[in-house]
Design a protein around this ligand. Sequence first.
Ligand code: PGD
Length: 770
Amino acid sequence: MTRNLVPHSSHWGAFEAEVADGTVVAIRPYRNDPDPSPLLGNIVDSLRHPARVTQPMIRAGWLDRGPGADPRRGAEPFVPVSWPTAVDLLAGELRRVYAETGGAGVYGGSYGWSSAGRFHHAQSQLHRFLNCLGGYVRGEHSYSNGAQSVIMPHVVGSMREFLDRATAWSVLERHTELFICFGGIPLKNTMVSPGGASRHPARDHLRAARARGAEFVLVSPLRGDLPEFVGAEWLPIVPGSDVAVMLALAHTLIAERLHDRDFLQRYCAGFDRFESYVLGTTDGRPKTPEWAAGLSEIPAPTIRALARRMAAKRTLINVNYSLQRVEHGEQAPWLAVTLAAMLGQIGLPGGGFGQGYGSLGYVGRAPLRVGPPTLPQGQNPVDTFIPFARLADMLLHPGEAFDFDGTRLTYPDIRLVYWCGGNPFHHHQHLSRLRRALARPATIVVHDSFWTPMARHADIVLPATMTLERNDIGGSPHDACLIAMRQAVEPWGEARSDFAIFVDLAAALGMGERFTEGRDEMAWLRYLYDGWRARAAVSSAPTFDEFWASGFLELPEGDEDLVLFKQFRADPEGTPLGTPSGKIEIFSATIDGFGYEDCPGHPTWLPPTEWLGAELAGRFPLHLVANNPTARLHSQLDVGGFSQSTKVRGREPIRIYPADAAARSIESGDTVRVFNDRGSCLAGAVVTDTVRPRVVQLSTGAWYDPLDPSDPDSMCVHGNPNVLTFDRGTSKLAQGCSGQHALVQVERWTGPLPPIRAYDPPPTDRRARA
Ligand code: PGD
C-alpha cells in the first residue's frame, strides 16, 4: 500500500498527514518542533466521524413556516436538500433581508477560531462575502482578551503593538530572575496560536530559565498552571482576589520605600492618585497585606516577603488572560503594569510586565519583519458594532443603549445571523439565555464541518470541509515558517470549502466576479503568496511552485529587538507611548472622565458579584473555574481520540478538592451534578489536591447536550460549564467576556445516567429531497 506524507498545519502545530487508501491514517508532527502538541491526537478519528455534517440541511420548521422568530430552534429535525436548493433558498433569503434592512440587519460578527490557513479562514471569507453584499454588523475585540484589549490602549497606548512586540522568551530565559505568574503559564495554552506554529519552544525556555536559577511564584487556585519542573512556590489564592494581593504588594513597596520614584516620575502619569488610594487616604482603607490576606487567604507575611523579593530581583510580572476574563477584568492587567512601573524595570531585559505568556503560543515569540499573507476582506459600509461578548444582549434588546469605552452604543435589530467557523455554545455564557436570544432572529445560517450545538440551533446548515480536504497556506506573524497546507483527502460527503460555498452564493446573487476577482482556490493561493513574496522582498524566497512542492518554507527568525518598551525607556520623549500623556497612565483622566463606577480612573479593588467572599457563596459554596481545556482547542474536535480519552464515563472531568468531595460523598469516577440558579450540568469527578479548597475546575469545550432539547433550561448531560457562567460584561469600559468564574454547588448524581447524544446528528426529516 502506498503511503503519502502531506504537509499541513493546525492552530496547534504543523504536521505531515500520512495518507493511505484515500484516508489519513496517522499524523506526524513537524520534524523541527521540539514539543509537538498532543492535540494532534484528535485529528485522525475526527475526519470521518459520524458527527460530520455531510450534506446541506434546512430546519423543517423554517422550510414549512418560513423565516421568523422561533423558540423551536435546537429541537426540530432537519431536512436534507441538494446544494442547488440550499444555495437558491439562502440566496433568496439574503436578497429579502438586504432589501428590507441592508447590512444593518445582518450579524456577520461570526466569532470563532475556525481553522488555521490564511485563505480558507472561515470568518474572513464570510466578511469578504458580506462586504460584497452590503456589509454587516460586526463584533469587536474578543472573548479571549476583551477587557485587556480595551484597557491597555488607555494605559500604555496601542494594544496590537504592545502584544506583538512583547519581550521574547529567549530574553526572559536569559535575564528574568523572578517570574511572578498570576494565573501561571499553563503549557497547554502555549500549544495554540492563531494560524498555527511550526515550533513550541515555551517548555524549553522555562526549563532553561529554571536551570539558570530563575525563581517562579505561581498565584492561582490551580497548581497545574505552571509545570512542576520549574519548582514554583504555589500561592493558592481565592479566585477573583488577585487585585487585592496586587494592591497589597504595592502597599508594601510604598511603605518600605522600595518603589522607583524616578521611574514613576519620568515615565508614568498619575502615580500620586494611585498612591493615595493604596495608602487609604482617599477611602480610609489602607490596602495592607493584612487587608488582602482576609480576601485572598494568602498570608500577610507571604505578601510582604514577595514584595521585597520583587524589588530585589529582575522581576517579570505576568498576568494571563484568565485574570481579565472575569467581572472587573480590566483591573488586574492595569495593576500588573502599575506594579512593574513601581519596580522601575519596564524596558529592561527580562523585567517589567507580561500579559498572556501562557495564554497563547505566540506571545513571547519575536515578531517577524513581514507577517504571512492574509485574505483581503474589502470594506464594510455598516458602522454598527458590538463588543463580541454582548451577543445575547444584542439579540434580546434591539434598540437599547449601552455603555462602551466612553461611548453610548445602541443594539441593532438583527434579522439574519450568519455564522462561520465558531461555536457560541462553546464561547458564550449563560446558555439558557443564549438559547432564548437565538430564538429571536428570522434566520440563522451556519457553516461548520460538524453538528456542533450552534449548527443544531441554525435554520440553514451548510457542510464545510476540514483543512485536510482543501489547499491553503499556513503561517503566523510570529512563526518563522510558511506551510503549504496541501489537500490530503477528498471532502467528506458533500462538504465544500467556505470559499466554494460563497462562490456559488455570490454567483446566484449576481456578484460572482466581485467576490472571486476571477480566481479559484489555487489562483488565490498563488496570488496571496506572490503578494507576500513581494512584501518580504527576500530575493532568495522560492517561487510559489517551489514553495508548494517543498511544503515547509523556513524563514528568518523574528527580531528580539522590536520590544516596544525598550525604545520607550531609552527615549520617552522621542518615542512616547500612544496614551494622552505619552506616558504609562497609572491614573487615566480619560477613564476617570467616563464616570464608570465599575471602572474608575486608577486600578481599584471592586469585589466581584460571584466569588467566595460574596453572600451568594452561602447557597453556592464552590467557586467554579471554567478555563480553556487541555485536551482540545476550545470545542474543536471534541470527538477526537485525545479529547475522548480524558472524559470520565463520557462526561467532562471536574476537579474537586478532597475535603470538598468527602463532604459530599463524592469519589473519583463518580458522576456529579453541578448547578446554580442559571443552570446545571453533569460532569465526571476527579478528586485532587491540585485545586485549592472550595474551588472546582471544569474546562470549556464539551459539546452542549441538553437532556430535553426543547427546554432552554434543561440540564446539559455532558459538562459544558457555560450553562453555569453569567453573561455580564467585565465593566462598562470593555464589556468583555467574564466567563471564567461562577459560584456553584456540586452533588453526587444518583439518577440513571443519560446517554451522550451531542455527537449524534440531529433527527432527519426525510421528505423527498429537492
Ligand atoms: P471553537 O470551539 O474553536 O470555539 O470560541 P470559538 O467559537 O472560537 O469553534 C470553532 C468552530 O469552527 C468549530 O465548531 C469548528 O468545527 C469550526 N470550524 C473549523 N474549521 C472550519 C472551517 O474551515 N469552516 C467552517 N465553517 N467552520 C470551521 C473560543 C472562545 O471561547 C475563546 S477564544 C475564549 S479564550 C473564551 N474562553 C472561555 C473561558 O475561558 N471560559 C468560558 N466559560 N468561556 C469561554 N469562552 C471563550
